[in-house]
Design a protein around this ligand. Structure first.
Ligand SMILES: Cc1cc2nc3c(=O)[nH]c(=O)nc-3n(C[C@H](O)[C@H](O)[C@H](O)COP(=O)(O)O)c2cc1C
Ligand code: SF4
Length: 459
């Protein structure tokens, strides 16, 4: 029998993952205010390990308290956090699944600042206010840059001491490292701003500092927004980094000691292209209130979301880049259900083209994120050299056992993810889970039971 490339081991320099399906980062607010973790997070990660993915990339894990997006995410800012992450790793390892911790810093992109930022502005590469929500910020001094680089290195050391299998730098989607990389955001005039070489210095310094701290035999990958589309919504801003610039950054990062690249898109989060899909106003009008005091434009946005007469203004801005996307480069097996077929055609493999271009220029494995949920499509993407493995977030929230479905020979899960993004827009206020009622045949109680199951071990 021919072997299925999806279930062939994925070999990184110092780490082997049993298959090509990795769970992409998905953050949920269920830890303690001080950054200590809870049983709910262990239960959450166990679901995916049990469901058959080869590796889990953790939630956004702040390397310092000032670098949180929102309170109630488990952190890795001090040695006291090591035992919790050891527990998470051990649980996941029970299923022969690897665990990669996402080392992160929000910079100015802070949805709900904690008490740590009540009396001071969040740190960034720039002092310019973030343009969509109006988050204020303060450009880091050279001293603060050096301290933050060390925070990342300490985070990697703690991940290693916790027995985890590697780390991923969250250098995508508008968080602190993007704020340095981006030609649309970084307006510094010192050695960390200006030319591409200078803008990449922060990321490369972090990679080198991690290598110095943990040595060469610990897996280190980074996530990058291959194209930033920094003006996707706020059209008056600069475009941000191009694919060619990102390819150069990837080449430098490989030289500096990175073991793999994870390809994403967009210089903010969420972005019209990430996670690609709908923008459900009926959800955001109920959850965005948690952010109203966070930025100077948040009240304006809340009105745009709240009143249906104003919504077309926001929809126009949100969808304009999505509409100009070229067709997806490959397609999977024929799908009978017209609705699902349309969704897959529109959203599956949204970053594949960029992933293939990056892969042509580096010698380390390339992972790609964005819309994957069909076995035949994923198989073809890997076989045709677009990527070495895929990372999946929402289709795994919808079906945590997606990998097992593929292994049993199914091309799609029985009730696929609809890319409605209700999980995403609920997460600011509510437990992370699938909130698409149509997937539960309209049974609200059944949906809630599934969402709340994260608080019950072994469900
Ligand atoms: C609720 C939610 C939370 C997310 N949190 C993170 C995160 O903390 N770090 C990150 O790099 N990406 C995060 N993402 C992006 C995903 O990891 C993934 O790259 C993106 O959703 C595209 O994949 P998908 O189409 O399979 O969902 C999140 C996505 C969702 C839906
Ligand atoms: S709410 Fe459910 S169906 Fe909708 S995008 Fe999230 S996981 Fe998919």
């Amino acid at each position: 029998m021919e072997t299925d490339i999806i279930f062939e081991p994925l070999k990184f320099r110092t780490l082997t993952v049993k298959n090509r399906i990795l769970r992409s980062s998905i953050s949920g607010r269920w830890d303690n205010y001080d950054g200590s973790g809870t049983q709910a997070r262990i239960n959450w990660e166990e679901k995916f390990a049990r469901g058959g993915v080869g590796a889990i990339i953790s939630s956004f894990v702040p390397v310092s308290i000032r670098g949180r997006i929102i309170p109630n995410y488990a952190t890795i800012d001090c040695d006291e956090r090591i035992p919790f992450w050891r527990k998470v790793g051990e649980k996941v390892h029970d299923y022969d699944c690897k665990f990669i911790l996402q080392l992160s810093h929000s910079g100015r992109q802070q949805d709900v600042g904690g008490v740590e930022n009540l009396e001071r502005k969040p740190l960034s590469s720039t002092s310019s206010t973030e343009p969509l929500h109006g988050f204020p910020c303060q450009a880091m001094t050279l001293h603060e840059i050096k301290d933050t680089i060390q925070d990342f290195a300490d985070g990697a050391r703690r991940a290693r001491e916790a027995g985890l299998d590697g780390v991923e730098l969250h250098s995508a989607n508008g968080y602190l490292i993007t704020q340095f990389l981006s030609s649309g955001i970084n307006d510094r005039t010192d050695e960390y701003g200006g030319s591409l070489e200078n803008r990449a210095r922060f990321l490369l310094d972090i990679i080198r500092a991690i290598r110095k701290e943990v040595g060469n035999d610990f897996h280190l990958q980074f996530k990058i927004s291959a194209i930033e589309h920094n003006n996707a919504v706020t059209f008056w801003e600069k475009k941000g980094n191009t694919l060619d610039e990102s390819i150069q950054i990837c080449k430098w990062a490989e030289e500096a000691g990175a073991d793999a690249i994870h390809v994403s898109v967009g210089s903010l989060f969420p972005h019209p292209l990430n996670p690609i899909g709908d923008f459900p106003f009926e959800i955001i009008r109920k959850t965005y209130d948690a952010m109203i005091s966070s930025g100077i434009y948040t009240f304006r946005n809340y009105l745009l979301f709240r009143y249906w007469l104003l919504r077309p203004i926001f929809s126009l801005l949100w969808n304009r880049t999505k509409k100009s996307l070229p067709p997806q480069p490959i397609s999977g097996e024929k799908v009978e259900d017209e609705t699902i077929k349309k969704l897959l055609d529109a959203y599956q493999g949204v970053n594949l083209r960029e992933s293939r271009e990056i892969k042509k220029h580096v010698n380390i494995p390339v992972l790609c994120t964005g819309g994957f949920q069909q076995a035949s499509y994923i198989r073809k993407a890997i076989e045709d050299g677009f990527c070495d493995g895929v990372t999946i977030a929402r289709p795994l929230i919808a079906n945590t056992d997606l990998a097992k479905h593929f292994q049993q020979g199914h091309d799609l899960p029985p009730v696929p993810c609809t890319y409605c993004n209700k999980c995403l827009l609920n997460v600011i206020e509510n437990p992370l889970g699938c909130y698409e009622l149509s997937r539960f045949d309209g049974d609200y109680e059944a949906m809630m039971q599934k969402v709340m199951s994260v608080f019950e071990p072994n469900l």
